[in-house]
Design a protein around this ligand. Structure first.
Ligand SMILES: [Zn+2]
Length: 469
């Protein structure tokens, strides 16, 4: 009966989801809703920030079917379903859920012109249960299931349903497999070799409202990427007549398995701490990870920066050049570009620093224009770094190319204490591309053609520093 409800639920979901068959979910991340992979629109990108999966608001609206309102001016997204409403602000970790302040792990962000929000947070607040497989970058979402009402099930025979035990939770932590079971179960535990495994069979047991992911085959896997002693913990409804839940724990080493079985309250505990383990954590398969480059267009919004000789704002020059750098970096398959702003808004310097640090970025490039209105003869390009040799290396790689591209005086690479390059933790530079207060510098800086040359110079410098062909 459980199964028929599940199938019904799936077909229901099929009706709701967009029939978009283009197979283009990005960066190998997957979203599974009730056992079914969500097919995202071709131009939609999922990003992983600090191990949190971020999805565009569009996905929240179209794939999860929540009601979304975006306030462009305030940068606030309102997400609603039934009577529940939450407000998320770009760049802010504080969210409002039903008038309560809740702290997010990762703030919503503006990435490549779309607003992304932490999918886990949004889903959980909306009553879905969420599981994150960090190793494979898969997020499992499970809709709240109605409790099966035995009186409605046509196939319920006598009280056989009554005596079924139900597994509601399976966890593996600190060398212990912990299974929460509702009802009476008599676990049978055995071991197998090559590879070493522990098999836990739970006769006359099925899955209840399991908080871990279950696919359409009534099977699933735990994320054990942080556990040193096991390589795999999987579970399934192994039999249906009669029902049998099987959990298999696959070990990481060849040492004979030693376990200790215990039942405390409604929890079955299989303790493996007796098996000599605690060796190396498993090597993660993240070798081909893309480098994260943060491009920071200086100033913006309420902060115009300096003023040019013909009364133009520095913030506009900074953004124009930054967007060209972004455009070029988007073509680089080994680089993920993140903008601190891509419109006329003002993130504080602290927020820019935090963004880069939170992302664990590989390089940070802040774009500015110089100005000394009192001495309009001042001219040239200078590049700032602060102390770190990685920053100096990045500065030199960009500077030599930028001077050429701009065709202005070479004012050199300088060690300067500026907040955005001092407090960021990666290679960080601040470019003073030219003097907006100088007539001929300004002319070059405002030229689209020169800006493209400068953007290419910056990208080439970044690639040299990151060792990207
Ligand atoms: Zn500036």
């Amino acid at each position: 009966m459980k199964r028929s409800i599940f199938v019904f639920f799936l077909s229901l979901l099929f009706l709701i989801l967009l029939p978009n068959q283009s197979n283009a979910a990005s960066s190998h991340s997957k979203m599974i809703l009730d056992g079914q992979e969500l097919v995202l629109p071709a131009d939609v990108k999922v990003s992983i920030i600090n191990n949190y999966m971020m999805v565009p608001l569009r996905v929240v609206a179209e794939n999860l079917n929540f009601q979304v309102d975006w306030n462009q001016k305030a940068h606030i997204a309102k997400i609603e379903q039934n009577s529940k409403a939450m407000f998320l602000t770009v760049g802010k970790k504080e969210a409002k859920v039903d008038d309560k302040l809740v702290l997010l792990d990762t703030a919503p962000q503006n990435i490549n012109k779309s607003v992304v929000v932490p999918i886990r947070f949004v889903s959980e607040q909306m009553g879905l249960s969420v599981n994150w497989d960090n190793k494979n970058k898969v997020i499992y979402l499970t809709s709240p299931q109605q409790n099966p009402d035995p009186s409605e099930g046509p196939e319920t025979e006598g009280d056989s349903e009554e005596s079924l035990a139900r597994v509601n939770q399976i966890n593996y932590l600190n060398h212990q497999l912990i299974v929460s079971i509702d009802g009476k179960a008599t676990p049978k535990v055995s071991t197998l070799a090559n590879p070493n495994r522990i098999v836990v069979d739970l006769p006359n047991t099925t899955f209840g409202t399991l908080t871990q992911p279950l696919d359409s085959e009534m099977a699933g896997k735990l994320d054990v990427s942080g556990q040193s002693d096991v390589s795999d913990v999987r579970y399934s409804l192994f039999g249906t007549d009669p029902d049998l839940v099987r959990i298999v724990v696959e070990l990481n080493n060849d040492i004979p398995v030693q376990y200790h079985k215990e039942i405390i309250g409604d929890q079955l505990i299989i303790d493996l701490s007796g098996t000599g383990s605690d060796s190396q954590p498993p090597v993660s398969a993240d070798e081909e990870k893309r480098k994260i480059v943060v491009i920071d267009a200086g100033h913006g919004g309420s902060d115009p920066g300096t003023t040019s000789i013909s009364n133009k704002h520095e913030k506009d020059f900074n953004l124009a050049l930054a967007l060209k750098v972004q455009e070029l970096l988007l073509k680089e398959p080994k680089i993920e570009v993140i903008m601190t702003r891509d419109s006329d808004v003002y993130p504080t310097r602290t927020e820019r620093v935090q963004l880069a640090n939170t992302l664990n970025a590989n390089a940070f490039i802040s774009i500015h224009g110089n100005s000394v209105l009192e001495s309009p003869q001042a001219t040239g390009t200078e590049t700032h770094y602060y102390q770190r040799s990685s920053s100096k290396q990045l500065a030199e790689a960009i500077h030599k190319r930028l001077v050429k591209a701009m065709g202005l005086k070479d004012r050199g690479v300088k060690n300067t204490s500026l907040q955005v390059i001092r407090e960021t933790k990666m290679a960080a530079v601040l470019l003073e591309v030219g003097f907006l207060s100088n007539a001929s510098d300004e002319k070059a800086m405002m030229s689209d053609t020169v800006q493209y040359k400068a953007a290419q110079a910056i990208v080439d410098g970044i690639k040299e520093y990151l060792n990207i062909e």
